[in-house]
Design a protein around this ligand. Structure first.
Ligand code: EPU
Length: 346
């Protein structure tokens, strides 16, 4: 058989591609060489060629957690690998394999259509399935890592596909093995393991409140709708106002520091964390420094949620980062707490 016949179609290349509509901050960035990856088998050859040409490259998923510069030199890999497949079911769990390019929220809706509840607390998070495990997206008491069985990725260090089981992914609060090894793995497929038994997870006060007057416990679709409603109220729609969700992580401090802070600031909002530690609400800290709704040129802090930085129009990465720096300085000065930026700065 002629091997050339079986060779995968090369990834589609577009030089100087505008990315304004491919990043949720709406930053007007231009990718020097944009490669659209529609199938994982395009990756080995492309990564090899980029290596031979000594070209820098990076992956862009849904563009919902990145801050892009005006120019992105080298290659930008846009992952459009689709596919949603029910693999198997046993007494306890159901496994589904999802392409990295599938839109996250559409996947969550798909699970409910297929009677596979569990991910509804993560509804309406922007981005793709392949990006979700990188920062271990989480909301309303649920983190995606809990539901991941394994991840298929192309490892650019060894030039081979790998399958990482959940334990190897080292999921933690907004963190994973992939995030710890930037620009090494290209996630191509995520296999989820969804327990067949289901119970609504309503430990977050915001969510529980939605059902406080309802006699019977909510079903998964009701939880999904409630999460969508809360998020729409609190977080700006990136199609209307550019943003990347929470701009800072909620900082984790030791109990000693927490005790000092709560004495000085009795209204401090915090959550229990691992033993000996406490997670502080970064939004509260920033709000207390008077930033909520503040605008600096084309960028600012969202009026309903101080944890979200927004682009009102033609803001640039540098404008956002300057504003972030002044927030970090004020928060460090007032509370002696260092805020870490959550999105990836390219
Ligand atoms: N708060 C204020 N002022 C503000 C914002 C918040 O005082 O301007 C206080 C409020 O008292 C509120 C508390 O801070 O109760 C926490 O705020 P909120 O519940 O809105 O957000 P969060 O807990 O800080 C986290 C995630 C969100 C996720 C929500 C719900 C991080 C960095 N953020 O926010 O994730 O949707 O919990 O689970 O962990 C994201 O990562 O992009 C994201 C939106």
């Amino acid at each position: 058989m002629n091997s050339a016949k079986n060779a995968p179609q090369p990834a589609k290349l577009t030089p100087n591609m505008g990315l304004k509509h491919r990043n949720s901050f709406g930053l007007d960035s231009t990718a020097e060489l944009a490669y659209e990856i529609s199938s994982s088998d395009q990756l080995p050859r492309l990564v090899e060629e980029l290596g031979n040409q000594k070209l820098a490259w990076r992956v862009l998923g849904g563009g919902s957690n990145v801050i892009l510069p005006d120019q992105l030199p080298g290659a930008t890999l846009l992952i459009n690998i689709l596919g949603q497949e029910l693999i198997k079911s046993d007494d306890q769990n159901t496994w589904v394999a999802i392409g990295a390019g599938v839109n996250w929220h559409e996947f969550v809706a798909w699970t409910l259509d297929h009677n596979l509840p569990g991910l509804e607390n993560l509804a309406l998070i922007p981005g793709t399935v392949g990006a979700a495990p990188i920062q271990n997206i989480g909301a309303y008491g649920v983190e995606v890592g809990e539901y991941i069985d394994n991840i298929e990725a192309f490892d650019s260090a060894t030039h081979a596909f790998v399958t990482l089981p959940q334990a190897a992914c080292q999921f933690a609060y907004r963190d994973s093995y992939f995030k710890q090894h930037p620009n090494r793995f290209i996630v191509t497929k995520v296999v989820f393991k969804i327990p067949n038994a289901w119970q609504a997870r309503l430990q977050y006060a915001d969510l529980a409140k939605q059902f406080s007057e309802q006699k019977n416990p909510p079903n998964a679709k009701q939880v999904f709708d409630a999460v969508c409603a809360i998020r729409s109220k609190k977080l700006p729609d990136p199609k209307v106002i550019g943003n990347a969700g929470s701009f800072f992580q909620n900082p984790i401090v030791c109990n000693e520091q927490y005790e000092l802070l709560i004495q000085q600031f009795p209204n401090l909002v915090s959550y229990p964390d691992t033993p000996g530690k406490r997670k502080l609400a970064a939004g509260w800290l920033i709000d207390q420094c008077g930033f909520k709704g503040k605008r600096v040129g084309s960028v600012g802090v969202y009026e309903n949620q101080a944890l979200v930085l927004v682009n009102h129009g033609d803001g640039k990465a540098t404008d956002i980062l300057n504003l972030a720096k002044s927030i970090q300085e004020e928060v460090a000065g007032k509370f002696n707490v260092q805020l870490e930026i959550e999105p990836n700065i390219l």
